[in-house]
Design a protein. Sequence first.
Length: 217
Amino acid sequence: MSDETPAPPAGLRAVADLDLGPALEAVLMVVDEPATEEHLAKILERSRREVADALRELADEYTRQGRGFELRLVAGGWRFYTRPEYAAAVERFVLDGQQARLTQAALETLAVVAYRQPVSRGRVSAVRGVNCDGVMRTLLQRGLIEEAGTEPETGAILYTTTNYFLERMGLRGLDELPELAPFLPEAEAIEAETLEGVPSFDPDAPDSEDADDKTEL
């Protein structure tokens, strides 16, 4: 068996032949933690000195150009960071998705959980008549619902609303939820009719099973 490095696919340049600056940029765009000069030198088949000099040149270039990001040496490695003076823009972008209004599908699903809790995803989907996996994940991410054990008969995960839900609704407790009695017979009938036809949803199953729900998000 040969230990030689395999040739790159047709149309691609060998790593050692790449322009060092752009190659470093490409690698640093995908790192999850600061990359050391030694590691970058090994990956790009260059000396550590070449890599160190190129990194400092890039960092100086970004500063001169007033880019919204900077290249920093942190904890022994290099990584891109947002420049501090633009932190407000990034913060607004990150928080915007969390503060966005819930869709109609999410509101309906949240109502089912609130009135039926503790309740499984499958039963929520049965009441609504569609696969609610995607919406349930959204509610979990927003902190409006949480896991609360499993259903003894099936082992399905059960969900309840959170204290954050009460806070957002302006309620002191679940006993202050509006009376739903006039609508319960209809809800029970819908569930009885649809429970057989709605599959048991596995939270670990591929996202392709969320196809019916994605149109609602």
